[in-house]
Design a protein around this ligand. Structure first.
Ligand code: HEC
Length: 188
């Protein structure tokens, strides 16, 4: 009889501990997501380029969804150099044309086909660290103006992982961003 009580007590006790651990884990997960939001929105200002504008305001229905697939974008001409022009931007402020070609801010939402839905945390961290497309050093280097070198590349693992955790929680938006174009207007 005593033994039974003892087993029962232990079962209750372990369940309690388990529930507390789960709550603690959930809390730390949401702390990580909160920190990620803070880093993405307030510190990294990722939306400055990755959320397209409609007029003067960011189009929040396209939050972090990149340059809209069919939106117009400018093309740099070498003759502009003499006039002191080095970079042109699309009205969305999400596409940029420079002497080497044109870049389009990527879709950072978790959409599976057009966003980061199929990416892993490691791919994201390595991209921000190395500045190579999808974090693979065999791939091309990402082109300006995203501030990777001397900026995002110096963020610590914990912060980069928090940004990733947050990006996983935002609304997926289907938007096929075009690939970067070289000077001839063709994909790299
Ligand atoms: C000044 C503009 C700008 C800012 C700010 C910016 N980005 Fe980007 N980002 C770009 C452009 C442009 C590209 C596409 C570059 C290319 O194709 O070479 C890009 C591409 C990416 C990619 C895709 C890389 C790949 O492998 O294809 C990721 C991921 C990314 N940015 C994350 C972020 C995050 C996270 C932040 C904020 C911490 C951020 N960016 C801030 C302009 C910006």
């Amino acid at each position: 009889m005593h033994r039974k009580h003892w087993i029962f007590g232990m079962a209750i006790f372990s369940t309690l501990i388990f529930v507390l651990l789960c709550l603690n884990y959930a809390e730390s997960q949401s702390d990580q997501v909160k920190r990620g939001k803070y880093l993405v929105d307030a510190v990294g200002a990722c939306g400055q380029c990755h959320t397209p504008r409609q007029g003067a305001e960011m189009d929040m229905s396209m939050y972090l969804a990149g340059h809209p697939a069919n939106a117009p974008y400018p093309k740099y001409e070498m003759s502009m150099m003499q006039r002191g022009i080095f970079m042109l931007t699309a009205p969305t402020l999400a596409a940029f044309s420079l002497p080497f070609g044109t870049t389009f801010a990527a879709n950072l939402t978790p959409d599976k086909e057009t966003g980061l839905g199929e990416w892993t945390e490691k791919m994201f961290v390595d991209t921000m660290r190395t500045g190579h497309h999808q974090g693979d050093t065999n791939n091309r280097k990402l082109l300006p103006p995203m501030p990777i070198k001397n900026a995002y590349a110096n963020m610590n693992d914990e912060d980069l992982k928090a940004m990733w955790a947050y990006l996983q929680t935002i609304k997926p938006v289907k938007n096929e961003v075009r690939p970067a174009l070289n000077r001839m207007g063709r994909p790299f």
